[in-house]
Design a binder for this molecule. Structure first.
Ligand SMILES: [Zn+2]
Ligand SMILES: [Zn+2]
Length: 387
């Protein structure tokens, strides 16, 4: 996340306290957040004179203060070194999201939404994929990137795969929304649909463009209009921050709007006053309410609202463990859970746990849960006349 902010600042040339003289400096700054000894957590400023942090030569991702620290850490690190090599490439290539090279344009769908059940169905529809990737590979920004970072340029195969992984993270969100619509049997041909993204984050809204959900047009060609409203306290200012629609959006178009604030406040201040349409579906990407009590409490008004208004809801998680804890919380709230499992449109880009690089990387939207309304009770007793 921190990297993304630095990149954005550099690309937009906005100061906000961050400014760079050149790309080299920007990439160095980005790398600094990863510079600590993976063995003993020592930071560069705590090294003794003459000592420097040395990078693992295999993954070029993690650092060590001494040979001893590296050797001691190897039994742990060797389990993830290979995948962390890919992570280290991705965190540089991700810069191309901000130069406009990524996401690359996708092709029209030759199959219907119901036929496209996973990436394996989606990918063969992209006839121009190789050409798209090769155009970015030979582009000027790719050259600038590898000229200014302190490591050699990986080979083209590595770079093509990295570009795809980054694109998959972006598309994963859009395809997950489409999948959620189908899960609840919402028909975008019958009427325009309003979809709220609750808890929309920095990473989704920073640099977001009005066309970010256009893959839904390929998924449901000729639909009646789909509005995507991103709502969250982290929403970043930009073209998508505009007033939500009160009714029918433009046909065959995806209309994105955004609101900065907590979801339940948005509901009270805007939806209840009929200044925005009620949602047909609410999607949340990694709400993270499983992580600690504070987060649960923050999400509680929203979760209860979704339950009590009987709104089709679809949330994603980073891992199976996170799904397990989230399910427990939703069950305690007596949510009617309709389905859960691994997401066929999970991001393909591994995410490093930055503070603990030896933890197994996770993937955005790797798991999901869909729920709606209150759990029906089997032996529900009607209140008697004298109760
Ligand atoms: Zn150390
Ligand atoms: Zn390594």
């Amino acid at each position: 996340m921190k990297c993304v902010i630095l990149i954005r600042a550099a690309v937009e040339g906005k100061s906000k306290g961050i400014s760079f003289h050149n790309f080299k400096e920007m990439f160095q700054k980005m790398e600094e957040t990863f510079k600590f000894c993976t063995g003993c957590s020592k930071l560069p400023e705590h090294l003794t004179e003459g000592q420097t942090l040395k990078r693992c030569a295999k993954c070029l991702n993690v650092y060590y203060c001494t040979k001893e620290c590296q050797q001691k850490d190897w039994p742990q690190h060797k389990k993830v070194c290979k995948i962390l090599r890919l992570v280290a490439i991705d965190r540089l290539v991700e810069w191309l999201m901000f130069t406009g090279n990524l996401p690359f344009p996708t092709g029209k769908w030759s199959k219907t939404a119901t036929e496209v059940k996973s990436w394996d169905d989606w990918l063969p529809m992209q006839r121009d994929l190789t050409a798209c990737l090769d155009a970015i590979l030979s582009g000027g920004n790719m050259a600038i990137l590898w000229k200014n970072v302190s490591r050699p340029r990986p080979d083209d195969t590595d770079l093509r795969q990295s570009l795809w992984r980054i694109q998959s993270e972006f598309l994963s969100r859009v395809l997950t929304v489409g999948m959620a619509m189908q899960h609840f049997g919402l028909d975008p041909y019958a009427k325009p649909l309003t979809i709220h993204l609750a808890g929309a984050s920095h990473s989704e809204t920073m640099g977001a463009r009005l066309t970010d959900y256009d893959e839904l047009n390929s998924m449901f060609p000729g639909h009646q209009g789909i509005e995507v409203v991103m709502v969250g306290p982290e929403v970043v200012d930009g073209p998508i921050v505009r007033t939500p629609l009160t009714a029918f959006g433009p046909k065959q178009k995806v209309y994105i709007s955004a609101y900065k604030g907590l979801y339940h406040q948005f509901w009270e201040d805007v939806v209840e006053k009929e200044e925005a349409a009620k949602p047909d579906l609410v999607v949340g990407f990694h709400p993270g309410f499983h992580a600690n009590q504070g987060l649960v409490e923050g999400w509680l008004p929203t979760l209860l609202l979704l339950r009590d208004y009987n709104i089709p809801s679809f949330f994603t998680m980073y891992s199976e463990m996170e799904l397990k804890y989230s399910l427990q919380i939703l069950l305690e709230l007596e949510m009617h859970i309709r389905d859960s499992g691994s997401n066929p449109f999970s991001s393909q880009k591994p995410e490093q746990v930055q503070a603990c690089p030896n933890k197994t990387p996770v993937y955005c939207n790797s798991h999901y849960v869909c729920f709606q309304g209150l759990l029906p009770r089997e032996n529900f007793e009607e209140p008697g006349p004298d109760s």
